[in-house]
Every structure is written in C-alpha cells, then in structure tokens.
Write a protein that binds this ligand. Structure first.
Ligand code: 5AD
Length: 452
C-alpha cells in the first residue's frame, strides 16, 4: 500500500484533523512516510486565517509539484483544510499537478478519495460540499504502541464552525456554521483516550465556549460548555483538562467558577482580546468592551491567582488610530499576559473588514506590530524569569522538540519546561525545580514524581 506524508499548517484544530486523517489512512492500510521524499502521497493541510498562511501553503505545493514532476511523477498531491475549503476548484485550476482538494467537512472521506484516484476510477477530485454530521465524523487518534513515543496529551474536537462573524475573520467561511457533538460522544472519546494512557485532553473548537448553545442549552445555571467540562473532568484516568479557543463572551460566572470547582481544569486561559480599544472592538464585532475583558481577567485571577493567561491581538485593523493602538498597548501592560500572539491585520476575502475604506498602510502595521511585540516579550520574559527557584508540576510529554537529549513537559499554567531525565518518564506527573528561564521556556531539574 502507498505511504503518506501530511504537512500541517495552522492551528491545533488542523493538527487534530491531520492526525485523524493519518489514523484513517493507516486503518485503510496506508503507511505513514517519515519524510516527504519517501512518500507516495503528500497532503498539505492548510490555514486561511491570514494571507501569509495561504501563500506559504501554495508556495510549498509549487515546490512539491516541481520536484514531483521532475523526479517522481507518480506521487499524488493534495490540499486539505481551510484553504482547500475557501479556494476549492480554483486550486486545481491554478496548480495542474494537484490531484485532490478536500474541504473542512470531508476529512473523513480522504481515504476513499485517494483509493479511487489510485484505482483510476477518478482523475482529480475536489470536494468542498457541506456534510451533515461532519462535526462528529472524526474520532480516530494515532497512539503509537511504544510508551516512549506515546503522547500523554490528546486533542479532542468538540465542535466545528463559528457564528460570531467577527468582521476580520474568514473562519465562518472555512469552517461553516457552529455545530456541536453531544456531551456523551465527547466523554466516550475521552474515556477511550484515558484507557489508552492519555492523561491530558485539550478540548478543541473555533469557539468552544459556544459549545452546545443551541443543541443542549443552559441547565441549572451552567452553560452547555461548563456541563461538558464537568463531565470530562469526571473521566477516570485523566489528570488535566484544557480547552481552546474560547470567546471572552463565554466567560460567565459559571465558567469562572469552574476554575475553582474542578481540580483537573488547568489554571490556564487563552482569551483572545484582539484589541484594547472599545471603538475597534465594536468595529470588529467582538461583542465585549475593554472593561468587560478586564473584569473577566480580574474574576479569573480571583478564582485562580496563579492562572497563566495568553491572548491573540490584531494590530492595524481598518480605522485603528494611534490612540486606539495605545489602548491595546495599555491593555497588554495592565493584564500582563504570560504571552500574546500579535498578528498584523490581513485582509480576507468576503469579510466585512476587507471592504472598510480606512485600511491602514502596511508600514504603520509593521511599526505597531514591532512596538506591541516588544512590550509582550518584555512582560513574558519577566513572568518566566519569576519562576526561577520555584517548584512546578509538569506532565512529561516526551523528548524535547528543541533538544532531543532532554525531556519536555508542560506546567498546569501551560509553560513548557525542558529538563534531563529518562524517556520512560513520558506520561508521568513530575515535580521540577526551575533553575533557568528564556523568553517563553523554563529549564529545570527533576525532584520527584508528583504525589497523585
Ligand atoms: N488578520 C490578522 N489576524 C487574524 N486573526 C484572525 N483573522 C485575522 C486577520 N484577518 C487572528 C485573530 C485570531 C487568531 C487565530 O488569528 O487574532 O484570534
């Protein structure tokens, strides 16, 4: 059977989708190639959120196509995911060497499409149609057999799509309307993972706090998302529960209280602020004010004083004045995020912001981006350095991605720690003493297995 290599761009949801496609293909008898150069099928899973992400994937495919045409004409090439969904057949027209385009509601059919191309029954395939039930179609995980390679942390997709329609965002076009899995379905997947040795799950969705809003609704003052957190935290064997990405409007008192009530819920929150200016937040259609955002931060810190907090920010949204930008800078300094992902506004097709008249010149965007990044890094660095000398608990994930002679783990607050130890420690909870820090990474010494 042919071998497959999947190159993934973008968010954790894309990683999760790639993992599920890989598992699906392995179940059909395909093997996973260790490198592109050895693969019979190369799939590029794409991101559309900014233009640079699309250009990267297109550039990658152009290079692959040139190489394949010259050296290995039988290799099959495909695009999957968000750009596949938003550009569809245009990709086949533009890149004649591409054989397959699989949209975001069709991942579970990738194997079937490849089979029919290999069998010669179909030539080139593009499928970006909607499909009812696609939010629950992906369940497969790849869990390698040998314990040193097995990740103790798994992504679980709980919902698909987003109805928020922020004016800058292409996601409603690429991922469609919100649809959620059932609580039972998600819990049974988490139970299966725990039975296979997984210790930590990250619940994924484009707007997880809207989970089950229509399908399940609020009960006893708990939103459907908090009901799900309660149910997942009850799964035996799981030690830690995380989620991403939420929307600030989902941080009602029920969710804040969940951080107090649920010991497995990690003290970590990635809350996208996008801007610190009320005028810009309104133009973005975010549905909250700066003040409301700061109130959420305050309440979360009251519930969990050590909570790790990160955010996403866009600079250069149309109409952003120097005064608006200075309010974003001051939001960042006030909250003191552990880290922030700072993005340059990128015009996306079919979004309301793309049509706004007061687009910001690129050099102004670059300059604000640099200034904000400097402030973000200054705070992040101070926060990581404050850990030196302290003891933290990590879940050992396996070999360090930066230095394979060392191990890597994550604290409950979501800091990465690199340390020395035996690979067999993967999957264990370990107490470490932090002795060094860089901008975002901590370095430590193993003390003992954590008491659990
Ligand atoms: N331009 C720049 N950044 C964007 N994001 C989403 N759309 C755009 C855009 N058009 C950012 C937001 C979001 C993150 C995933 O990507 O900050 O939270």
């Amino acid at each position: 059977m042919p071998s497959v290599f999947i190159k993934t761009y973008g968010c954790q949801m894309n990683e999760r989708d790639s993992e599920a496609v890989a598992a699906q293909l392995v179940a059909k008898g395909y093997s996973l190639a260790g490198a592109e150069a050895m693969a019979d099928v190369i799939l590029v899973n794409t991101c559309s959120v900014r233009d640079t992400a699309e250009q990267k994937a297109i550039g990658k495919m152009q290079n692959l196509a040139a190489d394949v045409r010259k050296n290995r004409p039988n290799v099959l090439l495909g695009f999957m995911g968000c750009m596949a969904q938003s550009r569809g057949k245009e990709l086949l027209d533009r890149l004649p060497d591409v054989d397959l385009v699989v949209g975001t509601q069709k991942f579970h059919r990738t194997g079937e499409f490849l089979d029919s191309i290999f069998a010669g029954s179909r030539d080139r395939i593009c499928d970006t149609d909607e499909e009812a039930g696609s939010e629950a179609a992906i369940r497969e995980h790849i869990l390698a057999g040998n314990s040193a390679a097995k990740s103790p942390s798994a992504f679980v997709s709980i919902m698909q799509g987003c109805n928020q329609h922020c004016t800058f965002c292409i996601v409603p076009h690429t991922r469609g309307q919100e649809r959620s899995r059932t609580i039972e379905d998600v819990v049974s997947e988490c139970r299966d993972l725990a039975n296979q040795g997984v210790k930590e799950v990250t619940l994924l969705g484009q707007i997880v706090t809207s989970f089950g809003r229509r399908e399940i609704g609020t009960q006893n003052g708990l939103s459907a998302f908090v009901q799900l957190l309660d149910a997942v935290c009850e799964v035996d064997g799981l030690e830690r529960v995380r989620f991403t990405s939420p929307h600030p409007k989902g941080y009602g008192d029920d969710l804040v209280d969940a951080y107090r009530r649920l010991p497995k819920l990690c003290e970590s929150a990635h809350i996208p602020a996008q801007s610190g200016s009320d005028r810009i937040l309104k133009a973005m259609h975010r549905g909250y004010t700066r003040d409301r955002f700061l109130t959420i931060v305050k309440k979360l810190r009251l519930a969990q004083p050590r909570i790790g907090m990160t955010t996403d920010i866009i600079v250069g949204f149309p109409g952003e004045t120097e005064d608006d930008f200075s309010q974003t800078l001051s939001l960042v300094s006030t909250v003191e995020f552990d880290n922030a992902f700072v993005f340059k506004y990128s015009k996306r097709r079919d979004t309301p912001a793309a049509l706004m008249v007061d687009q910001i010149p690129q050099e102004v965007i670059e300059e604000r981006h640099a200034r904000l990044l400097q402030e973000v890094n200054r705070i992040a660095s101070a926060k990581t350095h404050a850990f030196v000398g302290k003891t933290v608990e990590v879940l050992v994930e396996g070999l360090s991605r930066k230095n394979s002679a060392r191990l890597e783990g994550r604290t409950r607050c979501n800091h990465i720690v690199v340390f020395e130890g035996e690979p067999q420690l993967a999957g264990r909870l370990l107490d470490l003493e932090i002795d060094q820090a860089s901008h975002f990474t901590l370095y430590g010494k193993a003390l003992q297995l954590a008491a659990h």
